[in-house]
Design a protein around this ligand. Structure first.
Ligand code: BGC
Length: 382
């Protein structure tokens, strides 16, 4: 690793080998209860150990900028990446929380650049500045990996062979929701609650402009239309920032006017689907005969899967945070040892490589297969 500022590595939120002690042993886990701050306070000594080991192995340091530690999906990916780094020891993982704030993201990135990290992994929320960020990464001379976010353009990739992206194929998750909802609608004529011949849906969006939000919302509706279903959007673009609480609040407000019209809720992640379900329950849905409403989500979190089992969520798309973390780590591991990143060299199920873009597959999860929708954040094999 670059020696620029080892001491500084301890300065910002630092996650280390001993953080694994805090990792919950859950399988298919929700966000571990420990916060970034707790981790920072507890783990400084471990950070030194991690550094020492990294140095001894002649390995590399990664600065990982996550958009929000409090996000369930991100929290699971983050913890898995920490676990893999600690178990393998080749790449030392340090990370920072952007708290869903663009300027915090920028200062986190700059801190890592100052520290001279070998890899900058960015779960980018500054969606309008991708090229600018790519140029900055190039100027710093480190590797850049865009993770779980919009990929840089072909032009960006052409400029810098140390640039990669690792993300799920968001189109698949949108299609999975839309197709399951279409199937439900076609099998249940009573699902047209106001009898207008249209599927009146509420669309809950994540962060505005975020790749997954844009693509999941478009492709879910597209799948309904492709199935010949006439659709009607209720409430317009409801931005909930991937947050359960915000979704609950916004759906509750919508129910005041549209309770008799809404036929379905399409949420761009499970957290928002769960918030919608809470609001729907409070509004009299899911309380007995003829009160069911199809709700779709993405991620297959523990609570999302539980909602499928409870019969409150129709479908979710497994977005595997463990596979995301493994893929990020593997890209670093391969490039660090001078190997090419290909589908074969990645060697991970459901992961394919196109140029410098690494894509992860989703899979549908319904009541029929929910028991198989598991992952283990303590699985460190890559
Ligand atoms: C996940 C969401 C998460 C978002 C954050 C998406 O891929 O499905 O649950 O909130 O990433 O970037």
């Amino acid at each position: 690793m670059k020696k620029k500022a080892l001491a500084l590595l301890l300065g910002i939120c630092m996650i280390t080998m001993t953080a694994c002690g805090n990792a919950s042993s859950q399988t298919s886990g929700e966000a571990p209860a420990s916060t970034a701050d707790e981790g920072a306070a507890d783990d400084t000594a471990g950070a030194e150990d991690a550094q020492a080991q990294g140095e001894a192995a002649g390995s590399a340091v990664a600065g990982v900028v996550w958009y929000n530690f409090a996000d369930t999906f991100i929290s699971n990916a983050r913890q898995t990446l920490i676990n893999i780094g600690a178990a393998d020891g080749t790449i030392t993982i340090t990370d920072a929380d952007s708290t869903n704030d663009v300027s915090t993201q920028t200062s986190n990135m700059n801190n890592f650049f100052t520290q001279g990290v070998d890899y900058l992994v960015l779960n980018n929320i500054n969606t309008g500045a991708i090229t600018e960020i790519c140029d900055q990464i190039q100027a710093e001379g480190c590797y850049g990996i865009f993770a779980n976010t919009d990929t840089p353009s072909d032009e960006d990739f052409a400029k810098n062979d140390k640039l990669y992206s690792v993300s799920s194929v968001a189109t698949q998750s949108g299609t999975i929701m839309g197709e399951a909802l279409a199937e439900y609608w076609q099998a249940h004529p009573e699902a047209d609650r106001n009898g207008n011949g249209k599927l009146d849906y509420v669309m809950l969006l994540g962060i505005q402009g975020h790749y997954d939000t844009t693509v999941r919302s478009q492709y879910s509706v597209q799948a309904l239309e492709d199935a010949g279903i006439e659709v009607n959007n209720i409430g317009g673009e409801i931005i909930c920032d991937y947050s359960r609480a915000t979704a609950q609040e916004k759906v509750a407000a919508l129910l005041a006017n549209y309770s008799d019209d809404i036929d379905a809720v399409i949420a761009c992640n499970d957290d928002m689907a769960l918030g919608a379900i809470e609001a729907l329950k409070a509004g009299g849905f899911f309380t007995g005969d003829d009160t069911y409403l199809p709700v779709c989500g993405v991620d297959a979190t523990v609570n999302g899967c539980q909602a499928i089992k409870d019969g409150t969520m129709l479908v979710t798309a497994l977005n595997n945070p463990v596979m995301l973390a493994k893929s990020i780590y593997k890209v670093m591991y391969l490039t660090n040892s001078g190997q090419e990143v290909t589908t074969e060299s990645m060697g991970l199920e459901g992961v394919s490589v196109e140029g410098h873009r690494v894509w992860l597959d989703y899979s549908p999860v319904t009541i029929d297969n929910v028991d198989q929708a598991t992952y283990d954040i303590n699985d460190t094999a890559f």
